[in-house]
Design a protein around this ligand. Sequence first.
Ligand SMILES: [Zn+2]
Length: 273
Amino acid sequence: MVGELNMGKVEQVCLTPIGKVHADFHETNKVPITGGQAFVEIFPEYLPALQRIEENSHLWLLMWFHEADRDLLRTVPGRVNKNLPEYGVFALRAYKRPNPIGLTLVSLKEVVENGLIVEGLDAIDGTPVLDIKPYYEQDIVFSPRTSYIRAADYEMRRTLFFNEALAHHQEICPFLYLAVRMALVADELMGQITKEDLNVTVRGSRCLGDTLQGLTHARLANPPRFTFIESNEVQQSTWKNRERSLTISARRYDLDEHAFLHLTDDQLFELGE
Ligand SMILES: [Zn+2]
């Protein structure tokens, strides 16, 4: 019996949606890459399956991108950067793919009578929801190797770095803003900041150190890429690879959202070797 099962190819899989997305986005190309707030309606017959879901801060949502092109096997992630090379769709998270299953990590804001309010969902209004699973600590690989899909647009890079920094550091503080802007300068001048041969030394507050560690995925050992020296005197990061070294020193430490968005690199930092 087992042999028979293994030999046969499953020709079709039939799925029944358990709910539906209600979001402000109505066209796939208008959905922000980092998603937004949405209401996930759960159909009445599936509501008992939500029991104890509020014990989780984050959830994986599996959806069916019903409007997606299913014939595509290779594509350029053009919304992020038109100049990137072509990738196979299994090496990307593009919504166009043979089985357009959407997989998104969202944070759970509230459980309401007929569904969930979530943040960070990148699906259009009306998208069928196939399944929901909790995000567990075991899901984390702190320093994975990934394709370097660098956004062409500065503002998009800033948003992506900010979201990643916040997911790691878990609070918006002046040093998180400072760390994100430092990381953007390093990304511009040193290249991919998560690269294995890039060493990072942070002198400054614990918040600066923690956020930069989160953004660079630099570990203390194996390989040793990260050094932290606590200091009240300076807020500084030094980036070093085989070819060069760059030190970014903050001129001011009191960043708020306005300063984060509007001050120039020159106003914020002094650069050295
Ligand atoms: Zn902080």
